[in-house]
Design a protein around this ligand. Sequence first.
Ligand code: ADP
Ligand code: ZN
Length: 722
Amino acid sequence: MLLDVLQRYWGYDGFRPLQEAAMRSVLDGRDSVVVLPTGGGKSLCYQAPAMCLDGLAIVVSPLISLMKDQVDALRTNGIPAVFVNSTQTGAERARVAEDIRAERVKLLYVSPEKLVQDRMIEFLKGLKVSMFAIDEAHCVSEWGHDFRPEYRQLNLLRANFPDVGLHAYTATATERVRHDIAKSLELRQPDVLVGSFDRPNLIYKVERRKSGLGQVREVLDRHKGESGIIYCTTRADVDKLSIELNGQDFKTLPYHAGMADDERRRHQDDFIEDRCDIIVATVAFGMGIDKSNVRFVIHYGMPKSLESYQQESGRAGRDGLEADCCLFHSGSEYIRWQRMLEESPPGPVREAAAQSLEAISKFATGANCRHRALVNYFGQDLPAEQAESCGACDVCLGQLDLVEDAQVIGQKILSSVFRQDQRFGGDYTALVLKGSLDQRILQNGHDKLSTHGLLKDVAQKTIRDWIEQLVGQGFLKKDGEYNILKLTPTGWQLIKGELTPKLLRPAPPKREKRQAVVIGDSWDGVDRGLFDTLRDLRRAKAGALSVPAYIVFGDTALREMARRRPTTIADFRSVKGVGDKKLADFGQEFIACITNYCQQHGVATDTPGRTATEDNGPNLSALAAFRLFREGRSIGDVANVISRATSTVTGYLAEFIRHDGITDPSPWVPAELIPRIEAAVRKHGFERLGTIFDELNGEVSYELIRPVLDCLRVREHFGEES
Ligand code: ADP
Ligand code: ZN
């Protein structure tokens, strides 16, 4: 039944993790708290069961703009949904009420303040209500980052609708918030479903802000024609950066709370509806931005907490396709946030905020896997297969700017901790290593230690960062109330020279030459020309319907169309994201567009789709393959281990060679063949694969030619650059 509904209305053929359990909870009439990361598919958790249940589902949604988009999206899928809010005229509201009474509606979206009005409650009591879905439910909690007093009043739902299931949905992860939600809404033994907070399709990168603009440009250049958000910490920064970028031929729009309402609104719409690719904004921008195809989120400055960072960066890649999250920070933001904290009233809320600030600062200055750091903060761990490397952050991809003598530095720091009898904290230890003649140091006689002044040429702040990095990597631990530093067993191994830590280089590093990475194969086989053509058609359709482009079709669906190029109704219907209604509304035109394009350009149509498993996790399997290639494993071997077709793995290898800048194909090609293949490539050029094959008398398979060719290309590329 559920699967049927999913197929019919959304064109999806399966559930995302926890979706099915969350839907069961609704169907069975229990209460629930569902915590899924952004892009995890929360909306479907109540929308699909609403279609199976008798009566009207009520969705509480805090933002009017979000409401309209969601209702539009449902209607384009053929689902009867409506909303009620203050922007409507009396006549419009009367029509909505009539549709509801006539049972022509399955979902009603309403703001919390509207819902709790007596008239509304009485109206709903006269109807058959199937469930309440409370979206962005963390707004009930003071501990959440977005407390809204009107959410508190939602507790009256329980008393007025004792027999109707209440379901809360949020992406905010902390246990405290979860408890608060259940308590405030008076939920009855709710099913608590907490998903994994990791977002494997996001590629994290953290850098000190150096050139600033140059670093931002580098990301933008990589994402020409794609949507992205640049977050600044102040309004002044927003205005300045937006103007600077516009002066360099990027088209950006600013957004912050200091702007006039209508201008702000216009800029937001231009971004959502793909008329402008880049928005430069303060944190005022984002709640309710449901745009699925945001390909990058840049933080031009450190946000005030790790929770905010997770939320804001999480707006990238909702559609599950890879996206870049880059944080460019400088020490000045930390100091500013700390000042603001000191000015706020003391108490538990301020304490919690101070902890979050420490957490983001550690995240930014640390040298641990970013994916792991984020999920650990929310009390989870990465799956075992990513224990070594997540394959999607600067740390695991080896892009950090590391000091070369990390072992010696680490040993110096650890031996100082040891010689101080493991009785002092990080600040003190840094002072000793710097060679300070501070009162306390003199009193303790630590100016006599052999480690005193051992790092005197290094900035105090850098030593302090290194200490945190050593803690983060388990060489030191912090003990007790005063965070006393102690050596761990791993720390002793470092002292003995058996292990080497990763320590970040403090000085502005040289510019990285290597091409930025794009992981995964979600563009594999996609005809970019066709994709762009379909994008134009999508924009035209969306314009005619006055809805954002992604509501017509998401990027995922568009890529699949441009990859498989379906020309029959049945094939087109099997594209993920094409349900019955969209097939009827858009099918013919899109199929005609595909057919036309393919005829004109001599491109094959109706190529087979990929398997379901590949669709669910191209990034992950590519990443797993990368790791195995690094160990020098063969294509066949890798194909076996990750259960993928050889042809797929051959594609991964090509990507791996580019990505890691591999120049020697010998792990994958017999040594005696390499010179022969290279000669043939040199003779005919990189693009003539068929001719090269013929040149080698058809004796050497494409699978062997390709790695040699790709390695040669890397060599030539670097040759040009240096
Ligand atoms: P959230 O509200 O948790 O951030 P959404 O409900 O907006 O996430 O879903 C994110 C995207 O994933 C949407 O484009 C949605 O249509 C898509 N999606 C959700 N569930 C599925 C599914 N079972 N199969 C395929 N796509 C899905
Ligand atoms: Zn990582």
